[in-house]
Design a protein around this ligand. Structure first.
Ligand code: PLP
Length: 377
């Protein structure tokens, strides 16, 4: 129950044992097409260029940044956690002219600050994180995407901890490019990075003055393999793609709305459980991310000792804080196949034992009763 990778469904394990076949085998190409269609459904987009790049979420990030930005392009990057800063670093490596909009960790980016920053220049791209895994903040997007649209800038969105777990409407929200990973809410192993590029984004790539600096992640070249031309680009991993495909089929069978509802309910149960126990969440209720919950570490409790105890005694992994939040929060993931009511109850009970071990008393009965009420409601 950390920030990922999460447990995977037995059917996804089964898919990992599929025979290894060639990347141009007709039946494999059908599977790649199906991955594209199911990713369109999951991203809620009609973008033709939608598939999965090889590599983890960071490869999706690099694909989006390296294709949209070239030397001298102006990019506004919103940073209110660890991963926004990674986009900034990548944009700077493209020799883009980067303006960083710094926000407080644990809060979303403020649309007014975006408006103010946009008024200072002509930006090609606004980059931001939908679900900041380091802080547990879910970024509201409608205001910022309207501001970017009115400005003429493209939105580059990290959906690593939101795709398949919380509502994400790429077309309706006017997102130009987005990327994610396979190992969180999608429910597959790490190793694939779903990406989607709008027609507008593809036109911008086609009109670049310089070739994309990453050959491997050049979206034009990748699309010649994903699209009808079927030009060899790299030895696509059938093992990873069949696992991703099975995970996407599971999402399709569950239904997106039902899936979001499941994630939300388990998150709500966890929050009332935590608060019932007398602990506090980092993030204000309206910006809490259902898939990644940040719990404030109570005074006097040793972070590493507690997480070590959970792992040793209960085989339960939770995440520690990153960057500015190191030692201040625990990060509890409820994503994909692992977003289960029994995991909520198990976590609260195990946490109570781990706190007691350090002499910290929590009101576990109140917490469990409150959680059960949500889960049974
Ligand atoms: C929001 C966010 N973006 C990017 C990444 C990088 O993904 P990966 O570790 O799969 O490369 C992560 C990883 O947890 C993340 O949480």
């Amino acid at each position: 129950m950390g920030p990922g990778p999460m447990d995977i469904h037995p059917r996804v394990y089964q898919a990992l044992t599929s025979p290894v076949i060639g990347h141009l085998d007709p039946s494999y190409l059908e599977a790649i097409d199906r991955v594209g269609v199911l990713l369109q459904e999951t991203f809620q987009t009609a973008n033709k260029v939608t598939n999965a790049t090889p590599g983890t979420g960071t490869s999706g990030m690099e694909a989006c940044v390296a294709n949209l930005l070239e030397p001298g392009d102006k990019a506004l990057i919103c940073v209110h956690g660890y991963f926004g800063d990674r986009i900034r670093q990548m944009a700077e490596r493209q020799d883009a002219e980067v303006t960083v909009l710094e926000g407080a960790w644990g809060k979303p980016t403020d649309p007014e600050a975006v408006a103010q920053a946009l008024s200072t220049g002509e930006f090609k791209v606004v980059g931001l994180i939908h679900a900041e895994t380091s802080t547990g903040v879910l970024q509201p997007l409608s205001d910022i995407s309207k501001l970017a649209r009115d400005h003429g800038a493209m939105i580059l969105l990290d959906t690593v901890t939101s795709l398949g777990g919380v509502e994400l409407k790429v077309d309706e929200w006017g997102i130009d490019v987005a990327y994610s990973c396979s190992q969180k809410c999608i429910g597959a192993p790490p190793g694939m990075a779903p990406v989607t590029f709008s027609d507008r984004a593809m036109r911008s790539v086609e009109n670049r003055k310089h070739a994309v600096r990453s050959w491997y992640l050049d979206i034009g070249l990748l699309n010649k393999y994903w699209g009808s031309e079927r030009v060899y680009h790299h030895t696509s991993s059938s093992t990873m793609n069949y696992a991703l495909l099975e995970a996407l089929e599971l999402i399709d069978e569950e239904g997106l709305d039902e899936r979001f509802e499941r994630h939300l309910k388990n998150h709500r149960a966890l929050v009332v459980g935590i608060e019932g126990m007398g602990l506090e969440m980092l993030v204000e209720p309206e910006f809490r991310l259902p898939t990644l919950n940040t719990v404030l570490i109570p005074d006097g409790v040793d972070d590493a000792t507690l997480r070590g105890f959970l792992l040793q005694e209960y085989n339960l992994e939770i995440g520690g804080g990153l960057g500015a939040l190191k030692g201040k929060v625990w990060r509890v993931g409820l994503m994909g196949y692992s977003s289960l009511s029994e995991n909520v109850i198990f976590f609260l009970s195990a946490l109570d034992r781990a706190l007691a071990k350090q002499g910290h008393r929590s009101d576990i009965e109140v917490g469990l009763t409150a959680a059960a009420e949500v889960l049974n409601g």
